[in-house]
Design a protein around this ligand. Sequence first.
Ligand SMILES: Cc1cc2nc3c(=O)[nH]c(=O)nc-3n(C[C@H](O)[C@H](O)[C@H](O)COP(=O)(O)OP(=O)(O)OC[C@H]3O[C@@H](n4cnc5c(N)ncnc54)[C@H](O)[C@@H]3O)c2cc1C
Length: 313
Amino acid sequence: MEVRANSMAIRVEVDDATGRATGVRYVRERDGAERLQRATVVAVCGYSIESPRLLLNSASRRFPNGLCNNDDQVGRYVMVQGATQTAGRYPDEVRMYKAPPPEVSSEVFYETDASRGFARGFSIQTVAPLPIGWAEHVLAEGHWGRALREYMRDYNHWATVGVLNELLPQPDNRVTLADENDQHGMPVARFDYSLCENDSANMAYSAKVIRDIVLASGAQDVLTIQRFAHLVGGCRMGTDPSNSVISSDHQSWAVPNLFVADGSACPTQGSANPALTIMALASRLAERLVTRTVDPAGRSRDREPAHSARSTR
Ligand SMILES: Cc1cc2nc3c(=O)[nH]c(=O)nc-3n(C[C@H](O)[C@H](O)[C@H](O)COP(=O)(O)OP(=O)(O)OC[C@H]3O[C@@H](n4cnc5c(N)ncnc54)[C@H](O)[C@@H]3O)c2cc1C
């Protein structure tokens, strides 16, 4: 294996006649030289903003609106997690920085509970902002100058609890190309994102739950910061080209030897930290490519074609 460090992929090249990916065009940062790496299989793994950006920038005659984007799915359904944190001040020293975050977590509120009035839920975790994160936390409640200094000096008496809310996949939360280019002449990504009512209700509910927990544990003072974490989606996995970019084998619907293997593949967010899932999926794809369970020349070998699966029902 060879790693071409400090290189920026700018296009996935496709043969318009065969519809197959032929390689990746990239720029070497050290001298700005443009190179084409030919390939029999291309796996895109730039994450939720950069993978859609790369595909959208790889338009061709066959894919005039961006590679794999004839169904207008590339860049859609990008999700973040709500990540509100509430800190409590305790009379004794806690020294939260000594514990790994999250040291303790709860999934009691993870699944939908209709009585709460919104779909899905959130996890709760102990977290431990280090001093710069702690300053942001304090600033979020408007403390500045002398008050900020006092809160910073008091750091060792504070402990923090956070949530990760599962926010819903929305087609209009998406990456597109902006009218501005980077140093390589590649359009930068534009990201549009807004919360739906369900997201706001989930976040408001969870913020109250962690505030209640911190107060019930004897905190003398509380500080809350509303924040977001963990992108996923953008080239989502699905069952149909009309609502997704790749199959459950990460194989793009449009180009059989093009795969997407990063967080952009996730169709939902969940309330857990995503990195282990992303790594497990990438490892699964690597295994399937090596064992040829998934075939870059055509469909996956352990799957029946959709029409024959349907005819057996
Ligand atoms: C501050 C921070 C803390 C986090 N903490 C946690 C945590 O505690 N737990 C957890 O589960 N997750 C955490 N995450 C999220 C986690 O890091 C991501 O979900 C995960 O790394 C995504 O994996 P990925 O492979 O999809 O993308 P990445 O890990 O982002 O890898 C994509 C790579 O592609 C490169 N790239 C992009 N475009 C191009 C291009 N055109 N050409 C060449 N290279 C390109 C990028 O430089 C990058 O190296 C955290 C994220 C941040 C920012």
